[in-house]
Ligand binder design. Structure first.
Ligand SMILES: CSCCC(=O)C(=O)COP(=O)(O)O
Ligand SMILES: [Zn+2]
Length: 204
């Protein structure tokens, strides 16, 4: 698929995310890998539910350098880290849903473990509800370099599949292309909502 088609799909995904209420106000950011050295990132501070193709800015993956001088997402360093760590990652979606935000605060551990849900199979490589799906959960930090370092250290020991949560902040997930990233986002959001409701009912 050409860059242009993927970018159009990313713009459509941003509008869909906005319509779901998963990127309120200026929350969230989205990106697309162009090649092994470059990605396109959403511009900082915009309403991500109303983005157009012109709102995506080229960033160098190795250095975070922005040739245009424009201002991509404040979380650019997390996107480029993922593209460096996982060469198969083709698109990244970062969202601020209520369910992800609340669940990430309710869970005090360093990961959320999901098990017993048929919808786990929306995640690449998952074939049974019996398997455990682990989504790492990092404390939030305003210093993106420090946060990226912490995530990189974790990933050097434990590969991160599909995405991670930032406590009290939101979900960052990815896929080989926009369509897969979108499926992972929708699947994880469904699982987070189920898990939150289950914990509320069972007062866990
Ligand atoms: C009120 S949103 C705070 C920043 C953030 O977490 C986010 O996802 C949006 O930042 P960006 O610079 O990408 O607009
Ligand atoms: Zn954010």
């Amino acid at each position: 698929m050409t860059d242009d088609t993927q970018l159009m799909q990313l713009v459509a995904a941003c509008h869909w995310i906005g319509s779901k209420g998963w990127a309120p106000a200026t929350g969230g950011n989205m990106s697309l890998r162009q090649d092994d050295q470059h990605c396109l990132l959403s511009e900082s501070g915009k309403d991500k539910g109303t983005l157009s193709a012109e709102d995506f800015i080229q960033v160098q993956i190795a250095t975070n350098h922005v040739p245009s001088g424009r201002k991509p997402s404040a979380e650019t360093g997390l996107h480029t880290l993922i593209y460096r760590l996982y060469p198969e990652a083709g698109a990244i979606l970062h969202t601020h849903s209520v369910n992800a935000t609340v669940l990430s605060r309710v869970v005090k551990h360093a990961a959320i473990v999901l098990q017993g849900y048929e919808m786990q199979k929306t995640l690449r490589g998952q074939h049974s509800h019996l398997d455990a799906v682990t989504i790492p959960l990092f404390d939030n930090h305003q210093d993106m370099d420090a946060l990226a370092q912490r995530i990189a250290f974790f990933a050097s020991k434990t590969p991160i599949n599909w995405g991670f949560l930032l406590r009290g902040h939101g979900l960052t997930c990815w896929g080989r292309d926009v369509s897969e990233a979108r499926r992972h986002l929708e699947g994880l959001e469904f699982l987070f909502q189920c898990e939150l409701q289950r914990r509320q009912r069972e007062a866990l």
